[in-house]
Ligand binder design. Structure first.
Ligand SMILES: [Cu+2]
Length: 313
């Protein structure tokens, strides 16, 4: 059956018993798994490490609906899917992977923290992870006409991904993935990333909310507006209603986009100021989590869980 909890703690403890312990304790962050930080995924944006985005209305609603914070933002994975995503993950639950522990991510809203992308441009994804797994990343974009006010279903996604990346190298705690984006998307869409591990039984699911220029607003903006537009877009992305906020900032946003918020320390800004610049790659998890997390893990985790985890790996 599907795992319903977020056993990062157990995974960490399993890791701690294995030869990778020195690596973990030496330089790396605590996380054993991963999620996109650019374009920021819902789970990371709304996690305690999500920076100002975590204080957005969407994230507050998500945490409330979830009943718990998204502390284990790197652990949204489902075992033994074997490529059968569509028959395993129910419609309306794509962003949570059908996992109750992440159900808050399935809210149908038009104001999730988002990243601007350029149609036909290059997607540059940072997928933070620390322990390398082999596997294939598959990228899906919601079809033209997608309505973010409705629950995300498999019908909203094309049958085939627009790009796949297999067995990329893990560098500085992240996979850096590039892909050519479809040219025909406009407005708010969901970038759905599926990471099918081949070295573990797990498949990871992520929703990253992205915004393409509205077709009507596609006129080239003055170059001088670049900085201001980029600085303003996060707040627009966090608070603007559907369809708004693309405006004339299109050229300010290269394919990697302007992230609503990522990488900033969670406590750095009050929740009411959702303006942050993207600090992007590698700014994700940090050592303090390990210190606390690993200690707690070693205390809390039972031997049976450890054995289970070790077998699963
Ligand atoms: Cu993992």
């Amino acid at each position: 059956m599907r795992r319903t909890t977020a056993p990062r703690a157990a995974a960490l403890a399993a890791a701690a018993l294995s030869p990778i312990l020195p690596v973990l304790l030496g330089a790396g962050p605590a996380q054993a798994h991963g999620a996109p930080t650019t374009p920021v995924s819902r789970v990371y944006a709304c996690s305690p490490e999500g920076g100002p985005a975590a204080g957005s209305a969407a994230c507050r609603a998500a945490v409330a609906a979830n009943g718990a914070p998204f502390t284990a933002w790197d652990n949204l994975r489902v075992p033994d899917v074997g490529g059968r995503d569509r028959s395993t993950i129910p419609d309306g639950k794509l962003c949570s992977g059908g996992l109750p522990a992440y159900r808050g991510l399935d809210l149908a809203r038009s104001d999730w923290p988002s990243t601007r992308l350029t149609p036909g441009g290059t997607l540059r994804m940072t997928y933070v992870s620390t322990i390398p797994h082999t596997g294939t990343f598959a990228f899906y974009l919601t079809k033209p006409g997608y309505d973010p006010s409705q629950p995300l279903t498999w019908d909203d996604l094309p049958e085939r991904p627009f790009a796949e990346v297999r067995d990329p190298a893990l560098r500085d705690g992240a996979y850096r993935l590039t892909a050519k984006l479809p040219a025909d998307r406009a407005g708010r869409q969901v970038l759905y990333t599926v990471w099918r591990n081949s070295s573990t039984p797990d498949t990871y699911y992520s929703c990253s909310d992205v915004v393409f220029p509205d077709k009507a607003a596609a006129a080239p903006p003055p170059a001088a507006k670049t900085t201001a537009a980029a600085a303003k877009s996060p707040s627009a992305a966090v608070s603007a209603p559907a369809g708004a906020g693309t405006g004339t900032t299109t050229s300010a946003a290269p394919a990697r986009g302007t992230v609503a918020a990522s990488g900033a320390p969670a406590a750095a800004a009050p929740a009411s100021t959702p303006v942050a610049s993207a600090s992007g790659a590698g700014a994700g998890p940090s050592a303090p989590l390990l210190a606390g997390g690993a200690a707690a893990v070693l205390v809390l985790t039972g031997g049976a869980t450890l054995v289970l985890r070790l077998r699963r790996r």
